[in-house]
Ligand binder design. Structure first.
Ligand SMILES: Nc1nc2c(ncn2[C@@H]2O[C@H](COP(=O)(O)OP(=O)(O)OP(=O)(O)O)[C@@H](O)[C@H]2O)c(=O)[nH]1
Ligand SMILES: [Mg+2]
Length: 597
């Protein structure tokens, strides 16, 4: 008699797509069909559990969930990982890809194939996954609509399958989702053992828990793990006893053991974040060799964080390290500044990533802090010395040469917006190198300085194309940059957080725009205050913030009001005042306003 192999009953898969294609909504229908979540508890985008995910209507974290489904009176285990679509969170996607055997590539019927559809598809293909194509939001179309036929054709072309294999679904109404689940079982291969007699788990994500310590999200590749077992972390060479293990249902649900092919969690009881590395292997009995880990992404946006008011440096550091456990794309390095003291230089994968972390730090950890202006990495030469500058404040006045990073950019658009996109070359330092046709869309191959992504390139591209054009990019090469440092002075005192690096050719215009915007954004005081932009020792733009009306110090400073008033009164002239101006807290929203072209 054939030995029953439990691996054959498991399917591990991701849902991948461009932002807003309906991945989390599709996950909702799967949770319902498989009765994983009680219908009374169901809410839209159920797996988006972070407060910020719900507020912004986007997925930030990947979310694993274990479901059960009966097909031909056999019960299958379906481990689904929902992924984010925004490119700032693409590291979440790539880690999820390494934990599964297959994926559903979702295409939004109202948009067709988009830039992240392509980027995610190629990443999944490289990871060797079996891909099933599905066109979502079909409820918005008549079945015979020509546009749908075209999207089916293009999706089939991309995946290299027959158009008849592309699923037509509505994550909203549930149409076609049951059939999709059956295809997942039939077409996605079941997990296979990598090595016999080994016990290995890949850590693809983690989370900090006050009681259980660090919880590792794992894919068991070989062998099994049981409660209370002594195991070891490969890279930190740290032994620990498994405190608890189990599955995502989608909440943590205890079990006795995790077996090969499973996706689940292991509570380590460890409290020290530096011991757990994403991509590390947990080694069980008789096991020495690790699994292949991940290539870490390169951060592109840098912001320094300094503790403020009652917040201590150590608290800020600990909070960031806890966030890093569940957001391993973050990089953290200590830093210090004359006026601001000890701080941390944080590397992000984009502007949105920075905004999210900044908001989580103040909301979830209740911390007060100041940040510098979001910056990219500048390679600066002064004489023979070469330095990498991340904080605009450190930028020298007369460098002999400055190098900046460039990106290869791919823009995918319906042809009717081609003209508008070409016009973007007037606003941004964008060079369109080549245009190709891709089905009924146009693919533009472009080059652009990375700096332009800090501005509102993404929003502008979206608005000039009614949301139809999309882009993806990768870092590639560097070029000489002609840039200068611009400082902003309020009542003659420089505000550190507003110092930034700007291309010389735009500097007059940027200076004017910035002081005009700040005039609106900064609070008024008892007396009229000059607001000035200074470059190379010269004031090149000036506005006046009119006097009072009412005191709105709150806009400028975080924290409690009576405290602020005391601070305000205590504030002395001269050095004291200069220091306090250096400590002005600028919110990510103000940065975003200033960065609009
Ligand atoms: N009409 C219609 N709307 C849908 C369908 N699926 C999703 N939507 C809507 O599309 C929007 C985005 O849905 P989400 O499920 O959050 O999309 P997502 O792909 O998870 O987005 P990210 O995780 O941020 O990349 C929401 O407003 C959904 O209600 C569908 O089948 N039909
Ligand atoms: Mg989502």
């Amino acid at each position: 008699m054939l030995k029953f192999n439990p691996l054959e009953k498991i399917r591990n898969f991701v849902i991948i797509a461009h932002i807003d294609a309906g991945k989390s909504t599709l996950a909702d229908r799967m949770l319902e069909i498989t009765k994983t979540v009680d219908s009374r508890k169901m809410k839209p985008q159920y797996l988006d559990q972070l407060e910020l995910e719900r507020e912004r209507g986007i997925t930030i974290k990947m979310a694993p969930v274990r479901m059960k489904y009966n097909l031909d009176s056999e019960e299958f285990i379906l481990n689904l990982i929902d992924t984010p679509g925004h490119s700032d969170f693409s590291y979440e996607v790539s880690r999820a890809l390494a934990a599964v055997e297959g994926g559903v590539l979702l295409v939004d019927a109202t948009k067709g194939i988009q830039a992240q559809t392509l980027a995610n598809f190629y990443a999944a293909q490289k990871a060797g996954l079996k891909i099933i194509g599905a066109i979502n939001k079909i409820d918005l179309f008549h079945p015979s609509d020509e546009r749908i036929k075209e999207i089916i054709k293009q999706t089939a072309n991309l995946i290299n399958c027959d158009p008849s294999e592309i699923h037509l679904i509505s994550a909203k109404t549930g149409q076609g989702v049951d059939f999709l689940l059956q295809t997942i079982i039939k077409k996605i291969p079941h997990p296979k053992i990598e090595k016999n007699n080994q016990n290995r788990a890949l850590i693809f994500d983690s989370l900090y828990d006050e009681n259980k310590g660090i919880i590792a999200y794992v894919r068991i590749f070989d062998g099994e793990f049981t409660n209370n077992e002594e195991v070891k972390l490969f890279s930190s060479n740290k032994n620990f006893k498994i405190k608890e293990l189990g599955f995502f249902m989608p909440n943590f649900t205890k079990s006795e053991k995790l077996e090969e092919g499973d996706i689940g969690y292991i509570a380590t009881g460890l409290k020290e974040p530096s011991l757990i590395h994403i991509g590390d292997t947990i080694l069980g009995k008789n096991t020495k060799e690790p699994l292949a880990g991940y290539q870490k992404p390169k951060p592109v946006v840098f912001v320094s964080f300094y503790p403020d008011q009652n917040t201590k440096f150590e608290e800020l550091k600990k909070a960031l390290e806890k966030l890093q456990l569940s957001d391993s794309a973050l990089t953290i390095e200590p830093e210090s500044n004359d006026a601001l003291g000890r701080g941390l230089k944080i590397g992000f994968l984009g502007k949105l990533h920075f905004e999210i972390i900044s908001t989580r730090l103040s909301r979830e950890f209740n911390l007060n802090f100041l940040t510098t202006f979001p910056s990219i990495e500048w390679k600066v030469k002064i004489g023979n010395e070469e330095k990498i500058i991340y904080d605009p404040e450190d930028f020298p006045d007369h460098p002999s040469q400055v190098l900046q990073k460039l990106i290869d950019l791919e823009i995918l658009t319906p042809p009717e917006y081609l003209n508008n996109i070409t016009q973007l070359q007037n606003t941004f330092d964008l060079k369109i190198l080549e245009t190709k046709t891709l089905g009924n869309q146009v693919l533009l191959i472009c080059k652009m300085p990375l700096l332009e992504l800090i501005y509102d390139f993404d929003d502008k591209l979206k608005s000039i194309s009614s949301g139809f054009a999309s882009f993806s990019y990768k870092l590639n090469g560097e070029d000489i940059a002609y840039v200068s440092k611009m400082e902003i002075l309020v009542a003659s005192n420089p505000i550190k957080a507003l110092t930034r690096i700007i291309p010389k050719k735009n500097i007059e215009r940027e200076a004017r725009n910035t002081v005009l915007k700040l005039k609106e954004l900064l609070p008024r005081q008892q007396f009229a205050q000059a607001i000035q932009a200074k470059v190379d020792g010269k004031i090149i733009a000036r506005e006046t913030i009119p006097a009072l009306r009412k005191d709105v110090t709150g806009y400028l400073y975080g924290g409690d009001r009576s405290r602020k008033m005391k601070l305000w009164q205590k504030q002395k002239r001269g050095k004291e005042k200069l220091k306090s101006m250096a400590r002005v807290n600028i919110s990510p929203e103000i940065f975003r306003e200033i960065l609009k072209k």
